[in-house]
Design a binder for this molecule. Sequence first.
Ligand SMILES: [Zn+2]
Length: 192
Amino acid sequence: MADLVFKYGSMGSSKTASCLMLRFECMENGLNVLFLKPSIDNRDGVSTVKSRIGIEADAFTYDADDSISRKFANELIDCDVIIIDEVQFSSKKQIEELKAISEGLDKPVYTFGLRTDFKTNLWEGSKRLFELATVIEELPKKCFCGNSAIVNARYDEKGIVYDGKQVELGSNDKYKALCYTCYKRGRVNGKR
Ligand SMILES: [Zn+2]
């Protein structure tokens, strides 16, 4: 049966760029790509996936309570491969649907997303992917201190924010990938 792949990393680990490059590569090989993303992430408009390095593509979106199998029933039959960005915002049930698609339809599903939220807890979708994916790969990212940046720290003008709601959309203005030590010590802007 086909693979369910989870490529995870911190913010700034080129997840979206890798995702868009994979889409391009598949298309170049003549494959029909079904490109999806959860609708919760609307920084760039409901259907545009955009990387910091400037490449972008349109994606179909799904809501938290949508059934991916039902919503994209026709597209799933027509496509050769499914690629999903920002997959962490998917529900446990939706990840189980993706697993069923890779098994039942025998079509590979490539997902890209964050491992944990700003409080270092696994996202619901990412947790289920760690449990069900056949291939799991880290997209590495370094903290400014040189350690591996595994935390997506949320910050404001006062420093690192350790509490609040799980989803608060933002980019470099609100989040910074840090190692655990810098996160705990509140080192958001270089060593001190
Ligand atoms: Zn660090």
